[in-house]
Design a protein around this ligand. Structure first.
Ligand SMILES: C[S@@+](CC[C@H](N)C(=O)[O-])C[C@H]1O[C@@H](n2cnc3c(N)ncnc32)[C@H](O)[C@@H]1O
Length: 211
């Protein structure tokens, strides 16, 4: 009997193995035993305006959200992916040979410096980071760096499995946040969004709850 396995299925299995390995090595930094489902990835990427020219992704892992972003964005867009795990960087460079993707092995905290070095204007920041596992000072440093790097009117989207880590940070740095729940992920997850005001007195965008 011959069993044929598609290239896509092999890639999914490979990503799962890479993820589990990374989780065993660095459970707190990886923060999940499986990559995001396409439903969660689509919900996070869906917050980004399709016409955005530069999107920063923090903690891309094996690229679930990266793929959704690349599908959504135009031919001239750039996805700047900051990942601390060198094995994940290697997987991304190997499996996503897209000239719009720039994988940088660096912590998310360095986003302002990396964006400045590359001379890009960041219109959206998406995060796959497990904020709940980080000390408060690091959480603030990362969300502050994202806010500081975004253009006025730029959007932020990240996910988490409980509503206690990211929402308070978004309230402090962006002045509010929106929430959506995605069931079809293991485990089900919240997607949290925020927008940097277009001008100082701007209110959070329509549909973004306060608190
Ligand atoms: C929960 S995984 C998410 C992976 C992928 N975005 C997904 O949704 O499937 C978290 C990722 O964040 C990375 N990470 C953790 N801390 C980081 C930091 N300070 N800067 C950049 N990446 C970080 C981990 O190596 C891992 O790839």
């Amino acid at each position: 009997m011959t069993v044929s396995v598609s290239k896509a299925a092999l890639r999914v299995i490979g990503d799962q193995v890479a993820f589990l390995r990374a989780f065993v090595r660095h459970p707190l930094a990886v923060g999940a035993v499986a990559p995001s489902s396409r439903f969660l990835a689509g919900a996070v990427a869906g917050v980004v305006p399709p016409g955005a020219r530069c999107v920063a992704e923090l903690g891309p892992g094996t690229g679930s959200i990266t793929r959704a972003l690349l599908q959504r964005l135009g031919p001239e867009a750039t996805v700047l992916a900051l990942e601390i795990d060198p094995a994940f960087c290697q997987v991304l460079r190997r499996d996503l040979p897209d000239r719009r993707l720039r994988v940088v092995e660096a912590p998310a905290q360095r986003l302002p410096q990396v964006a400045a070095e590359l001379g890009v204007t960041v219109e959206a920041v998406v995060s796959g980071l497990p904020f709940a596992n980080f000390p408060a000072a690091i959480r603030h440093e990362i969300v502050g760096a994202a806010h500081g790097t975004l253009v006025a009117g730029g959007v932020f989207a990240g996910y988490g499995y409980a509503p206690f880590a990211l929402p308070p940070l978004l309230n402090v740095h962006f002045g509010g946040h929106g929430t959506r729940f995605v069931w079809r992920n293991l485990p089900p997850a919240f997607v949290f969004t925020a927008q940097k005001p277009k001008w100082a007195s701007a209110r959070p965008p329509d549909g973004h709850d306060q608190g």
